[in-house]
Design a protein around this ligand. Structure first.
Ligand code: ADP
Ligand code: ZN
Length: 734
């Protein structure tokens, strides 16, 4: 293949080109264009020392080296070149998050086998025949195929996902239950038909859908908050915006916060458009990821449903990004590159001339502030679809309830659950704490068992009979004796986790079927999904769950939500605590009464007069946001001020503090923009995995050039040895 040399973007053989690689360097490297020349955005393989690494042609070479020593590009990879739009996006995202560009490029090249010709492969799909004798192993294989309607797998993928040996799959091939064939590696996704009839929309839905569709057709950038309580029909509305996007021939992306949600979601997409979208998240096989990446670039994928990292896919023509449950904290990536998927969605869309829809029952204060400032449009769905009422919310004043020590269910909540049991309805007991007990204390000496590597308590998990550190994952068996005083038999659990709540529920309601939903109790996302579906179908009377249950799952028989400790999230010094508690309580309460039965939510609290609790009970969303906005404005914190969190970590405590103090002395660039610097001080979790963590916070006015100042400040002092430095712009907790 000879490449035409475009005078704007092409480089003739021997020209100097700058190549950005994913290697941890803070700059591009110069190479000579190869014999056939190359173009801006080409994926290339270049020599680096003794190795060959992948990179992208980023611009003309910078020169300044001995020309004789500049090596040639080894080869141009057979992959669609990175578009200008993507290069601009990565560069701006790197500037915004203060991330080195190579680390940003890594996010955009997370695809296996980039640029290699992979020819055909043998694939396996559902066959026509039905085996006469079904074994457990065979059933699991068929279940994987049925769960992923229409998708094909390689032999090892299919066997691996089903947890069986490959001989089981081969056996099913011989029986005709599975088809085996050669297929090109990467094929386009089945086309979606936006003109299939959707559900007839209620009037507020129709109005919102029309507005969004019009915006999408306009083909320019814009962001809209789509607000409405859970069940108000937001998903139906934004699927109409997706339809408009598909009709205009552009690609659509829907971000979801949690993988467990996608099964239900994919089925809805299929019902609306006649085929499934492409998927991009951790649960997807390497082969499928490869296909997705390539098809997104070529246009063979019209619609992607994915996790936050799908923002870095090489879309050919992105017209719409929906961020569903936009307030969800899982959109904030906090290790490696710190970024908010919501902010990155807006950035990406503004570069791509695309529309953004931020959907939520409880939008983030950031989004509210942008609506108020006129930067975002707002659409509100006023009623639950079919006029289902939001559940009645009531406080249970725990100061007036007689609850024995080591128990947490009040008589009032107990009576409400008993009523549901009598009527054959489901109850949810909500406690946002995994495990059995958050603290294990020795009653002989008062010692609390902590993690050896982290500044954190070990949490007892009774189902697995282990103590687990929720920071680093370290676990060990519950010891028979106190590790501090060696007295035996005096270790006692303190406080409740969901496992302990399940125990209490079993004692209170011995005949009820009780189920615990917690992220650590299920072997896989698939197993969890299966449990959720069984529960939704009525397999449990009482569900004891963590925030896992708060996220959009539909439990039609559920009519009571009992919040065990509504005060839990209000403790501590986190300024976002109020916002999170408000959102979480409203989301959890929204689980009740989704079908034809009205629901109730009971909040156990020791401070019913707390303004956040009162706002939750009153359902006064606007009032809550006004009060919260006023407080943040007064404190000058996001979204009304700007912040950067810098965490220094090292096994050597002295070294991190020394660096922190050196940074504090070099604060001239920060003072120049009028920013305040706090710290160095121990981070909220002062040690993780044996590394001491010290934090510094920079606080500046909304209009101050925060990133430029922070970049200049940090450049002056280089971390030495094993010190790691991470920057988090607008950190979640501060
Ligand atoms: P949200 O995204 O706001 O939680 P959904 O769009 O999921 O709400 O709607 C809640 C339920 O109501 C879903 O089961 C959905 O299928 C149903 N629903 C929403 N709008 C309609 C409609 N116009 N016609 C029929 N069913 C609808
Ligand atoms: Zn630990």
């Amino acid at each position: 293949m000879t490449r035409p040399t475009d005078p704007q973007t092409g480089f003739a053989p021997g020209d100097l080109v700058a190549v950005l690689t994913t290697q941890p360097l803070d700059r591009t490297l110069d190479y000579r264009a190869p014999d056939r020349g190359c173009s801006l955005g080409d994926f290339v393989e270049v020599p680096l020392g003794p190795r060959r690494v992948t990179g992208v042609v980023w611009g003309p070479g910078e020169g300044g080296f001995d020309p004789a020593k500049v090596r040639p590009v080894h080869r141009v990879l057979d992959a669609i070149p990175m578009r200008d739009e993507m290069r601009v996006f990565l560069a701006r995202a790197a500037d915004y998050t203060l991330t080195p560009l190579p680390a940003m490029l890594r996010l955009a090249t997370r695809t296996p086998g980039l640029g290699h010709d992979v020819g055909t492969r043998r694939v396996y799909a559902r066959g026509a025949a039905t085996p006469e004798r079904m074994t457990d192993a065979r059933r699991r294989v068929m279940a994987v195929l049925d769960d992923h309607g229409g998708l094909t797998f390689t032999l090892s993928e299919l066997a691996g996902m089903a947890g069986v040996g490959t001989s089981v799959v081969k056996g099913l091939v011989r029986l005709g239950a599975i088809d085996e064939r050669e297929a090109p590696r990467d094929t386009p996704y089945p086309p979606l038909d936006p003109d299939l009839p959707g559900k007839p929309l209620a009037s507020d839905q129709a109005a919102a859908a029309a507005k969004l569709s019009e915006a999408v057709r306009g083909g320019a950038y814009g962001t809209t908050m789509l607000r409405g309580v859970t069940g108000s029909g937001k998903t139906e509305v934004y699927l109409e915006a997706v339809a408009a996007c598909l009709r205009s021939g552009r690609q659509a992306l829907v971000l979801l916060p949690e993988i467990a949600l996608t099964a239900e979601f994919l089925a809805r997409v299929e019902a609306r458009f006649g085929a499934r979208p492409a998927e991009w998240h951790h649960g997807v096989t390497q082969t499928e990821r490869r296909r997705c990446w390539k098809m997104v670039a070529e246009g063979g994928a019209q619609f992607v449903v994915g996790a936050r990292s799908s923002l870095f896919l090489p879309f050919r023509d992105l017209g719409l990004i929906v961020v569903d449950e936009e307030h969800d904290t899982s959109y904030k990536q906090e290790d490696g590159v710190c970024y908010s998927a919501r902010d990155m969605a807006v950035l990406r869309a503004s570069i791509a001339s695309a529309q953004v829809v931020l959907a939520s029952a409880t939008p983030s204060l950031e989004t509210w502030a942008n609506v108020e400032a006129g930067k975002y449009a707002a659409l509100t769905l006023t009623s639950r679809f079919g006029d289902r009422a939001m559940p009645r919310m009531q406080a249970i004043d725990m100061r007036a309830q007689d609850v024995p020590a080591g128990r947490w269910v009040s008589p009032a909540l107990r009576a409400a659950v008993a009523e549901r049991l009598e009527r054959g309805e489901q109850s949810l007991l909500f406690l946002n704490r995994r495990g059995y007990a958050p603290v294990t204390v020795c009653r002989a000496c008062g010692h609390m068992i902590g993690c050896d590597h982290c500044d954190a308590r070990m949490v007892e998990h009774r189902f697995s009979k282990r103590l687990v550190c929720h920071q680093c994952g370290e676990s060990r068996p519950v010891p028979p004796a106190c590790p501090s005083c060696a007295v035996e038999g005096r270790l006692a659990p303190v406080g409740p986790g969901v496992e302990r709540m399940a125990e209490e529920a079993a004692a209170l309601f011995p005949d009820a079927r009780i189920e615990v939903l917690s992220s650590d109790l299920h072997a896989s996302a698939r197993a969890l999904k299966a449990r959720i579906e069984a529960i939704a179908a009525g397999a449990a009377d009482i569900v004891v769950g963590t925030q896992l249950v708060a996220k959009g799952h539909n439990f039609p028989l559920l009519t009571l939500v009992g919040v065990i400790d509504a005060d839990l999230g209000l403790q501590g010094s986190d300024l976002r605590a109020a916002e999170r508690t408000f959102q979480l309580m409203r989301q959890v309460a929204g689980r009740a009464g989704r079908a034809e039965r009205p629901g109730a939510a009971l909040l156990q609290t020791f401070q019913p007069e707390h303004p956040v609790i009162r706002a939750i009970l009153a359902g006064d969303e606007d009032g809550f946001w006004r009060a919260e906005a006023a407080e943040r404005r007064a404190a000058g914190v996001p979204p009304y001020g700007r912040m950067a969190g810098i965490v220094l970590s090292s096994p050597d405590l002295q070294a991190v503090f020394d660096l922190g103090r050196a940074l504090a002395r070099a604060d001239a660039p920060l003072r120049r923009i009028g920013a305040d610097l706090y710290g160095p001080a121990p981070a909220p979790i002062a040690r993780i995995r044996g590394r001491h963590r010290v934090r510094m916070l920079v606080k500046a006015d909304k209009s101050a050039p925060l990133q430029a100042a922070v970049a200049e400040w940090l450049a002056a002092v280089k971390p030495k040895g094993d010190i790691r430095l991470t920057v988090d712009i607008d950190p979640q907790s501060f």
